[in-house]
Design a protein around this ligand. Sequence first.
Ligand SMILES: Cc1cc2nc3c(=O)[nH]c(=O)nc-3n(C[C@H](O)[C@H](O)[C@H](O)COP(=O)(O)OP(=O)(O)OC[C@H]3O[C@@H](n4cnc5c(N)ncnc54)[C@H](O)[C@@H]3O)c2cc1C
Length: 285
Amino acid sequence: MKPAAFVRHVPKTLDAALTILAQVAPQDGRVLAGGQSLVPIMAFRLAKPAHLVDINEVAGLDRLVSDGKMLSIGARVRHAAFHTSVVDNPLGALLSEVARHIAHYPIRMRGTFCGSLAHADPSAEWCLVAATLDATMVAKSTRGTRLILAKDYFQGIMSTALAEDELLAETQLPLLAPDAKFGFNEFNRRAGDFAMAASLVTYRLQGGKIVDARVGVGGAEAAPRRIAEAEAALNGQAPGDAAFRAAAEAAAKAIDPLEDHQTTGEYRRDLVRAVVRRALENSQS
Ligand SMILES: Cc1cc2nc3c(=O)[nH]c(=O)nc-3n(C[C@H](O)[C@H](O)[C@H](O)COP(=O)(O)OP(=O)(O)OC[C@H]3O[C@@H](n4cnc5c(N)ncnc54)[C@H](O)[C@@H]3O)c2cc1C
């Protein structure tokens, strides 16, 4: 099918984009970033926005910079920007490791980091990164700027705290400690598919024991989140099979699993048990 008719606006400045978005949002006007989720949805007529605010020519939104404390990722930064490390910090390697799991190369060349967060698919890798690392989302509209913490931002399946006239102008990720370790793992049936469950972990070692553990799980619940029970199972323990299995078990128990025509809740719990353990094992390589 072809999309329903729409008007495409191509602003060159952020102010112009926000002004147009404020005008067209009540008529289901939408932001168009990489188009890798929105355009297929429009082609199936699951969405029929009357207006698209194409941000691909908006100056400044391609910003990708670190101030030594955080990495700022502008709304036009593509997934492919992270194929190589973008910052001299373990975060750079973490983002490169995760990026290669997103879809396929041509999609990574167009799709954007912020577009993925705005779309908020529960399985999206960048949403898992944002939730696990406690990202801050910078939402802009003609009404001003709002900083939204990840824990408040993800509100359910494809549902976020963004208002309809707000543009996610930038995402801020805190840099990791220089000695931070990380591991990522996801399960899908075919390479490039959305994950049926995924986990990202980070921690540091102090005197041979795990400290500052973060265990994020995506694709298993309506929104990605940190699992406090799994983090508690790791902190103070020596890294290794016993601690990793305990954390994986805690995560599997803690989640409220999504069920669909392919997977039961118990199966997804089992996947979470596996991806958390494998992410922790990968943190040691
Ligand atoms: C075959 C295929 C496989 C895929 N596999 C994966 C995968 O494994 N993992 C994964 O994470 N993704 C996957 N995707 C989705 C892809 O990563 C998209 O690029 C991403 O979800 C959306 O980013 P985008 O820039 O293309 O956004 P768009 O498609 O342009 O927009 C998506 C939605 O977000 C809104 N939006 C976009 N940017 C902003 C903004 N800055 N502010 C406010 N609203 C905004 C739009 O209005 C729209 O509602 C896949 C896509 C395809 C087609």
